[in-house]
Design a protein around this ligand. Structure first.
Ligand SMILES: *Cc1c(COP(=O)(O)O)cnc(C)c1O
Length: 399
């Protein structure tokens, strides 16, 4: 008798549970914003990527509705066949303008933008050097490309230099991959140093601005602007689904790069064009990013307040405290180290009972468990006081 070919699924799930790695969805209701409803109660939301508070903005909702009325709900085909609308081109022009690049192309998600771009740019004869903390979409794009991949230690340009010196010559093209803002830590990549090495070793650089776009830089263009690298030869990708409050991904760069991707990026060619609603909402978001810099200012103020508050509460060591240091950050992503996966889950539940929603991030997503707090421009000072108050009680060892 043959055994059940799906029997291993239950065994595998048991292993995941035993390690406290099991994940499940958590329903939240209401418009996206700093306060949402979950488990029947209001929760202050510290787990959203909606950094500027645009996903529920009336202007984005109105733009999406108008686009649905004019163009319908689906774009009905791939961009190269029947799925291209003037709206798509309008969005790509707006993105290129925001980024200061010659052109841009929009994908159905940031994940697909990374997969499609990396596999189009490199193949079996080529080399990829990748920061060890890069986002899963970069890691998987690298694997899928068939190129030889080496990870360099997180933000360690000395290690990157060693790898370039050792391996670059044996390969045709070389592509360096890095997040601008690291999604699970909140720190920034050393982009100027990476670009200098790239120039020296004739390497391309793809920088993932998923958490930088709209948030960093004087005009909100992202980490590249913030780090003084606007106008440098770069492949800049990002998402429309975080600070821009919509759905989709993009790549911005030279006219040749974008034209090449239109011809070679499989995850763009063989998928349906972005929906009219998502496209119009993203266009509206870019306009707001450019015309309302005060949203970025408010977000920066919140980052300063929360950072100072966390540091004060972590300053004195306590034997009863279940968490350790705060991770260095230059962004609205602030993380606190927690001893292990079981503890971080218990802390998340405890904070939820107090009306706070934040992320517990565990292996295998990250090497060490952590509480992850993300800030929004639309949080109020009271929201920040509340989270600092509750974390303070836990830090003091209160039960
Ligand atoms: C969220 C994210 C992506 C994927 O973007 P989606 O549009 O959500 O698919 C890619 N890279 C990083 C660093 C991200 O945080």
């Amino acid at each position: 008798m043959a055994s059940d070919p799906y029997g291993w699924l239950a065994t595998s799930l048991q292993t995941i549970h035993r390690a406290h790695w099991h994940r499940a969805v958590q329903p939240l209701e209401g418009l996206p914003g700093p306060v949402m409803v979950g488990q029947g109660q209001p929760l202050v939301n510290f787990a959203s990527n909606d950094y500027l508070g645009l996903a529920g903005d009336p202007r984005l909702r109105a733009a999406a509705i108008a686009a649905v009325q004019q163009y319908g709900t689906g774009s009905t085909g791939s961009r190269l066949l029947s799925g291209h609308r003037p709206l798509h081109r309008q969005l790509e022009t707006a993105l290129a303008n925001l980024k200061g690049t010659a052109d841009a192309i929009v994908f159905s998600s940031g994940y697909l933008a990374n997969i499609g771009t990396i596999t189009a740019l490199v193949g079996q004869r080529d080399l990829i050097l990748s920061d060890q903390y890069n986002h899963a979409s970069l890691i998987n794009g690298a694997k899928l490309s068939g190129a030889t991949v080496f990870d360099y230690r997180h933000s360690d340009t000395q290690h990157l230099l060693e790898q370039l010196t050792q391996h670059r010559e044996q390969y045709r093209r070389c592509l360096i991959l890095t997040d601008s803002v690291f999604s699970m830590d909140g720190d920034l990549c050393p982009l100027p140093a990476i670009l200098a090495l790239a120039e020296q070793f004739e390497a391309m650089v793809l920088v993932d601005e998923a958490h930088g776009t709209g948030v960093l830089g004087r005009t909100g263009a992202g980490g590249v602007e913030h780090l003084g690298c606007r106008g440098r030869p770069l492949v800049q990708m990002g998402t429309l689904s975080k600070a821009l409050g919509s759905l989709g991904g993009y790549v911005a760069g030279s006219a040749e790069l974008i034209d090449f991707l239109r011809n070679r990026a499989s995850s763009w060619i063989y998928t349906t064009g972005l929906t009219p609603a998502a496209t119009a909402a993203a266009c509206q978001a870019i306009e707001i990013v450019q015309s309302e810099p005060d949203r970025r200012d408010r977000l920066q103020e919140h980052i300063c307040t929360l950072t100072a508050g966390l540091d004060a509460l972590l300053a004195h060591p306590s034997p009863h405290r279940p968490f350790g240091k705060r991770f260095p950050s230059d962004s609205p992503i602030l993380c606190i180290e927690v001893t292990n996966a079981a503890t971080v889950m218990a802390l998340k539940q405890r904070l939820m009972a107090q009306g706070l929603f934040l992320s517990a991030v565990r292996p295998p997503t990250v090497p060490t468990s952590r509480l992850r707090i993300t800030l929004m421009a639309t949080h109020t000072p009271e929201h920040l006081e509340k989270i600092l108050g509750e974390l303070g009680k836990i830090a003091a060892g209160a039960r």
